[in-house]
Design a protein around this ligand. Structure first.
Ligand code: BJW
Length: 235
């Protein structure tokens, strides 16, 4: 961790990329872990455009349940440590693959939500966005007045990432002197490519080995809620 501390002390431009592991200590499941969402649910039924076209009520029932769980969850010390890290830099970007809004609730400001967010929904026809509260979307509101359907405002496999968020994340990766990759298996593209596309010093914070562990400059093996506050204390 000492080398990462020194790099962060010297850096003017920092990018952090997070995945579902950072919310694990808030009680939210990851995707590919032992009890991960993709181990216990069929991704093609619940999280794909085809699944939504087939049975939008089933898809919304699942996302409404997840939305309720996210709302009850609280940011953990890892989320708060990243919000505090942001205070030290003029050029700090937090690109997250998470749809749970916990970074924003922890006080992070320059957050790019690469896979969307569950706090909004959007119409497949006219693209109108509507806010989603803790009760989720009522199933009788799925059919929109324009003839389209209201769907979760998130990115499923085969779909493009939100253009502005993606372009801003690429620019941040190119500018960054340090990139910290937290709590992601780094198997989902294009997000995973951010970690290693620039010339930055790249550090990984994760209790397990990942797809990019052998390509990063420094590995901090531990959970984010344990190691990130320690990192901030040492800066
Ligand atoms: C802890 C911890 C603790 C545990 N502390 N850490 C190149 C090659 C091959 C395929 C592709 C490619 N480029 C694109 C593709 C296709 C595809 C893809 O990547 N497939 C691969 C899986 C093979 N990508 C896409 O389709 C993307 N779109 C795209 O590329 O558009 C262009 C295009 C258009 C048309 C055709 C083709 C391309 C879109 C990807 C969208 C991903 N969506 C999901 C679902 C979001 C909605 C929802 O939430 O329901 O996003 S999938 C899921 O995976 C979710 C996550 O954001 C994402 C990443 O998962 P994450 O967060 O890394 O979770 P895990 O479980 O994998 O890892 C958790 C980690 O945490 C582990 O490492 C643990 O050790 C760690 N951990 N506890 C710290 N306490």
């Amino acid at each position: 961790m000492q080398e990462l501390v020194e790099r962060l002390r010297a850096a003017r431009s920092v990018l952090v990329l997070t995945g579902s592991g950072i919310s694990a200590e808030s009680g939210l499941p990851t995707f590919r872990g032992v009890n991960g969402l993709w181990r216990t649910h069929r991704v093609e039924e619940l999280a794909s455009p085809q699944g939504f076209a087939r049975d939008p009520q089933l898809v919304w029932t699942w996302y409404n349940e997840r939305n309720a769980v996210h709302r009850r969850a609280q940011p953990n010390p890892g989320h708060y440590a990243l919000a505090s890290l942001e205070e030290r830099y003029r050029d700090f970007t937090l690109a997250t693959q998470n749809v749970d809004s916990l970074h924003l609730r922890a006080g992070s400001r320059n957050v790019l939500e690469l896979h969307g967010a569950l706090r909004t929904a959007r119409c497949t026809g006219c693209d109108e966005r509507i806010p989603i509260d803790s009760s989720g979307l009522a199933l009788d509101r799925i059919e929109h007045t324009c003839g389209g359907r209201i769907r979760p405002d998130i990115v499923w496999f085969g779909e493009s990432l939100p253009r502005n968020a993606w372009e801003s994340a690429c620019a941040a990766a190119d500018r960054a002197e340090v990139i910290v990759v937290v709590g992601t298996s780094a198997v989902v593209y294009p997000a995973a490519a951010l970690a290693t596309r620039g010339r930055a010093f790249v550090a990984e914070v994760n209790p397990e080995e990942t797809a990019i562990s052998d390509r990063v400059d420094c590995v901090v093996r531990g959970t984010s809620a344990q190691t990130l506050p320690e990192l901030i204390d040492r800066l």
